[in-house]
Design a protein around this ligand. Structure first.
Ligand SMILES: Nc1ncnc2c1ncn2[C@@H]1O[C@H](COP(=O)(O)OP(=O)(O)OP(=O)(O)O)[C@@H](O)[C@H]1O
Ligand SMILES: [Mg+2]
Length: 230
């Protein structure tokens, strides 16, 4: 029996208007994502992968169409409302980790909690340490990001994305700057999170990485051209 999808996109379009004219990056994307899925979005450079996850995360606005997440009309949110909503609902992981170099690893993980006010001050450090344990970096908690490897930094970035316990994790090419052995350990973390009930959406153009998802959709020129369980 199919339950109500956590995420529903209805005919989503996105146009970028610039001096050079209009680029249609998404041409009517319709998609349902169930809670606990490990969805991979793949496709060639320029296909619209980043655009799709950015509108999904409320980082950018759609031109037309609807995005519903757990009953919330994300397509109607202005920037402020979107930021508030995202803080509670979506953890975002980037290719280049984006950890703050002047903060220790545990402080980096605590930062989103300081903004969301979901946990008390005492709970924040405790929770940050638990998250670092979950990604097996707790032993390095007091070090700065520069003192650990790229794969370790990406695991810290995942812990930070989980800081406010969001139901959804979105990662755009999270293993794009990692070697294959390190990539495997980062993908293990995503798989475990999906198995534990988080909804994971990962962008990649790497076939081996895509194979780790429970479903793969392929974008080409702003449209979904394949959509199947792996
Ligand atoms: N801010 C922007 N302004 C104008 N055009 C943009 C902007 N961002 C993306 N585009 C265009 O929209 C299309 C989709 O871009 P997008 O970044 O979503 O592709 P992608 O699949 O993530 O590619 P890559 O694999 O290279 O990251 C491309 O034609 C791109 O040039
Ligand atoms: Mg991209």
């Amino acid at each position: 029996m199919q339950t109500q999808p956590l995420i529903t996109l209805k005919n989503v379009t996105k146009e970028y208007r610039g001096l050079a004219g209009t680029v249609v990056a998404l041409k009517g994307i319709s998609l349902d994502v169930q809670q606990g899925e490990f969805l991979v979005i793949t496709g060639k450079s320029g296909a619209g992968k980043t655009t799709l996850v950015n509108v999904l995360a409320g980082l950018d606005r759609t031109t037309d169409g609807e995005i519903w997440v757990d009953g919330a009309p994300v397509h109607r949110f202005g920037p402020e409302k979107a930021a508030q909503w995202r803080g509670r609902t979506v953890g975002v992981v980037f290719q280049t980790f984006e950890l703050l170099p002047t903060l220790s690893l545990v402080q980096n993980v605590m930062l989103p909690m300081d903004f969301a006010h979901r946990y008390t001050r005492r709970q924040r450090r405790e929770r940050a340490m638990q998250l670092l344990e979950q990604v097996e970096i707790a032993a390095h908690a007091r070090k700065p990001p520069t003192a650990i490897s790229g794969g370790q930094q990406q695991r810290v970035a995942i812990a930070r994305a989980l800081a406010n316990d969001p139901p959804i994790l979105i990662a755009d090419e999270p293993t794009g700057s990692l070697d294959s052995a390190t990539t495997a350990t980062v993908l293990d973390v995503f798989s475990a999170l999906a198995a534990a009930g988080k909804t994971v959406i990962l962008v990649t153009h790497d076939k081996d990485v895509a194979a780790r998802g429970s479903r793969v959709i392929t974008l080409a020129d702003g449209e979904i051209i394949t959509n199947h369980d792996s």
